[in-house]
Write a protein that binds this ligand. Structure first.
Ligand SMILES: [Zn+2]
Length: 175
């Protein structure tokens, strides 16, 4: 599963495993602190080894792959954009990722503004004048790729860490 070299990404929902069987006592949930410990220590190593730009690119790519699989396994039955949004709101709330909203949608130009309140990645972090939710950017691009088959640029323009108290994502379909 993780010991073979590969030219194509292989992350698949089945890699998450049968949590019910594996954790009959502890169950499927953990804490935000442990999730952030994993994410930020990995990001720290990536930045040290490859630099900020490459680390961001790798984090975005991982988020995108995750988004594609999240869509395939949880939202592939959504026929319309509105149904997809409702499904994402339910999913992100149920999985305690954040409170997801659509602030703007222009289907003609393929431009959207999404927000995430109480975001799993950043809410409560020290303010640093940075936007940090690169994985989320990729996740949104992946879900939209799954839904439309098209590539999207996703840029976080506001973040808890930039002092906004909410994450805001500017989304554009690439021609
Ligand atoms: Zn953020």
């Amino acid at each position: 599963m993780f010991q073979e070299d590969r030219d194509e990404l292989q992350f698949d929902w089945c890699m998450i495993g049968d949590i019910g069987e594996g954790r009959p006592t502890l169950g499927p949930e953990t804490t935000v602190a442990i999730y952030r410990m994993m994410q930020f220590s990995l990001r720290d190593v990536l930045i040290k080894e490859y630099g900020v730009e490459s680390a961001d690119r790798l984090f975005f790519a991982a988020g995108k792959r995750a988004g594609i699989e999240l869509y395939r396994n949880n939202a592939a039955d959504c026929e319309t954009f509105d149904k997809l949004v409702t499904k994402l709101q339910q999913l992100f709330l149920g999985l305690k990722v954040g409170i997801f909203r659509v602030e703007g949608a222009n289907h003609k130009s393929g431009q959207y503004v999404f927000t995430m309140a109480e975001d799993l990645d950043c809410s409560g972090l020290p303010v640093s004048e940075e936007t940090v939710c690169t994985f989320d950017e990729g996740l949104i691009a992946g879900v939209l790729y799954g839904f439309t088959g098209k590539e999207f640029s996703v840029r976080e323009i506001d973040c808890w860490c930039s002092g906004e108290r909410i994450c805001r994502f500017e989304v554009k379909m690439l021609k």
